[in-house]
Design a protein around this ligand. Structure first.
Ligand SMILES: *Cc1c(COP(=O)(O)O)cnc(C)c1O
Length: 424
């Protein structure tokens, strides 16, 4: 099936007499006839549902759709993008481990890696993703377990050189984990360029209607854990909580997601509710249509902003002036995302004034929504970062994150025009 068809029909495959539409399995538990049947599930000897904290049919159908969209072998839904990123890393990186991550990442992930995971004994080194391979390689240590980056960074909309990152990760025997939230699999499928694991905040374009917070982890099945036996004992050594199962031996290409489900989700429990999975699926059914429109609108808005004399700078990977224009052409030839970052000549103060004058575009802590929305990261999502960290994360103090919606673009541009005129 082609991508557009997967969006509409992937995942839920009803059999004779079953609902055409994905049902919400609003049940914590599942019934069995004998005690032995249930015992086999607990021993992972048989596949089946027994408790929704581990698996639920609604969630599994949606995860399967996202896995198909990304071209992966297995996926797991989580209650948020934050838990997806945490689980994706923690599944293979424990106390004593080390992460190398691009510095240009979402503020929440920056804090997760830089502050919270440090408390668990996991260290991180942030690197400039545009640095040379030799430079980035210097940050790797004996105990490094993964390399992390975003395909298009939030909010600085920098495009990642995925092949370069995959090369560096694999030279050091670790997987490349890529957050593909902004590009979505409609515009970029990181596995095709060597990424091993993809994570999503499904809260953004995938839901697309600002109705539910969620996340997803997808495994390509390509990383050979057994070839790095010493580095990843969690996958290659017996798990005492499952009578000594060795995930990489027993589950092959599904080892990583199986471990994330039966061990990390079992013990930490950030499951997505089946209700939210149902809503997410509705969003996915039109993802291909919406993402296309977001990008068409954003291209026009970016060109409008670039031509306005009051605008100091515009960063949008679809503009030829963008330093990542060529990377965007290579990795996402059909379009990038609907998010633009820009600043005004009047600096931080004017950026804030401009936002206050917008009428159609709303100031919300959200991005990648059907409705045009706007945010000032230095005052909002990245408020906890120091000035130095802001620069490192690619967030200039005057940066406006403008998330172009799917309204008529003439109305969006008219709103920008009147707000620019109202500043002085
Ligand atoms: C929003 C976002 C997250 C966090 O996701 P939540 O669903 O808000 O927990 C992670 N990564 C990126 C790129 C995001 O945009």
């Amino acid at each position: 099936m082609k991508t557009d068809t997967i969006c509409v029909q992937g995942g839920w495959q009803p059999k004779k007499g079953e609902p055409r539409v994905l049902p919400i399995y609003q049940s914590t538990t599942f019934k069995y006839d004998t005690s032995e049947q249930m015992g086999k599930l607990f021993d992972l000897e048989e596949d089946g549902y027994f408790y929704t904290r581990l698996q639920n049919p609604t969630n599994d159908a949606v995860a399967a759709k996202i896995a198909q969209l990304e071209g992966g072998v297995a996926a797991m839904l989580t209650s948020s993008g934050q838990s997806a990123n945490f689980y994706a890393a923690f599944n293979i990186c424990e106390a004593g481990g080390h992460i190398v991550s691009a510095s240009t990442i979402y503020g929440g992930t920056f804090n997760l890696f830089g502050v919270t995971m440090k408390k668990l004994g996991i260290d991180v080194t942030f690197i400039d993703p545009d640095a040379s391979e030799e430079e980035i390689a210097k940050s790797f240590r004996q105990n490094t377990k993964l390399l992390f980056a975003e395909t298009i960074s939030n909010p600085s909309v920098q495009v990642l050189d995925i092949e370069k990152f995959a090369r560096i990760a694999h030279q050091h025997g670790v997987p490349l984990i890529v957050d593909n939230t902004f590009a979505t699999p409609i515009h970029c499928r990181p596995f095709e360029f060597g990424a091993d694991i993809v994570v999503h905040s499904t809260t953004k374009y995938m839901d697309g209607h600002a109705t539910n917070v969620g996340g997803c982890i997808v495994d390509s099945g390509n990383f050979d854990w057994m070839a790095q036996k010493e580095k990843f004992p969690g996958l290659t050594q017996p798990d005492p909580s499952y009578h000594g199962i060795i995930y990489a031996e027993r589950f092959g290409k599904a080892a990583y997601i199986t471990k994330a489900t039966v061990q990390i989700m079992r013990d930490l429990g950030s499951i997505q509710s089946p209700q939210n999975a149902f809503l997410l699926n509705l969003g996915l059914e039109t993802l291909h249509l919406r993402v296309k429109r977001h990008c068409e609108n954003a291209q026009k808005v970016a060109e409008y902003l670039e031509a306005d004399s009051r605008v100091a700078w515009v960063d949008y990977p679809g503009l030829e002036s963008s330093k990542h224009y060529n990377l965007a052409k290579k990795y996402m030839p059909n379009g990038t995302c609907g998010v633009i970052s820009f600043g005004l000549k009047g600096g931080r103060e004017d950026s804030i004034k401009f936002m206050d004058h917008l009428k159609l575009a709303a100031i919300v802590t959200h991005v990648a929504d059907a409705r045009t929305s706007v945010l000032h990261p230095a005052s909002h999502t990245h408020r906890q970062l120091t000035e130095e960290q802001l620069i490192e994360a690619g967030v200039r103090p005057d940066l406006i994150r403008f998330s172009v919606g799917i309204e008529d673009v003439e109305d969006i541009i008219a709103d920008i025009k009147q707000a620019l005129e109202s500043i002085n």
